[in-house]
Design a protein around this ligand. Sequence first.
Ligand SMILES: C[S@@+](CC[C@H](N)C(=O)[O-])C[C@H]1O[C@@H](n2cnc3c(N)ncnc32)[C@H](O)[C@@H]1O
Length: 226
Amino acid sequence: MIGCAALRPVTVAGMSDVSASNTSTNKWIALTEQNPDHSSWYVERFRSMAAAGDDLAGEARFVDAMVPRGARVLDAGCGPGRVGAQLAAAGHHVVGVDIDPVLIDAAEHDHPGPTWLVGDLAELDLPARGIADGFDVVVCAGNVLTFLDPSTRRPVLARLAAHLREGGRLVAGFGAGRDYSFEEFFDDVQSAGLAPDVLLAGWDLRPFVADSGFLVAVLSIAAPTG
Ligand SMILES: C[S@@+](CC[C@H](N)C(=O)[O-])C[C@H]1O[C@@H](n2cnc3c(N)ncnc32)[C@H](O)[C@@H]1O
């Protein structure tokens, strides 16, 4: 019953009660409600793949190429720390935030070093939690955006944008067919004050085209208009 912990109200300084603010309209939380073992299953799945020598570092290699050495990286919706841990190993200063306490427990256990925090991206306020500096890059990998309560997509993008330092960039990747069309995403990006720098069809740098089944979007703060 490990996954039940994911549904307990979690109140942290600077964050509201994450379970109450999302209930089951957040698809990840809905999965943990339907299957109390979902979170621990997910943790073990990635532990098994790592033990088997699978390449789990594609997103981290991409992000590493975007930033200077020793950069500040926010792994938004970090899960058990797959991406952030690789970036920390490459010498970056990593903060990971995830709504699921079971996954954050696993990140702390498997990948000590980065700062792993339980929190809802829709209400992200890291300065209120003692992390004042902005980030060179915010990475949102593994379809995180498609799990959000749809009503929080724009607030999440705006909160992530607010955590960028000047010149910083947000990179998000997710697949088609997950009830969040790329067109809706581009509208939300604009609404959140962001603009696409680069659109790709995968973390392997293939170009994004009309029928791409995956999108990796590198976003910057939009230039002021008028
Ligand atoms: C498929 S997992 C991806 C985990 C990790 N990014 C990776 O690629 O290995 C999706 C993650 O999104 C997180 N998530 C969903 N909604 C969230 C929210 N509102 N705030 C923070 N994390 C959220 C889930 O808890 C889950 O860890």
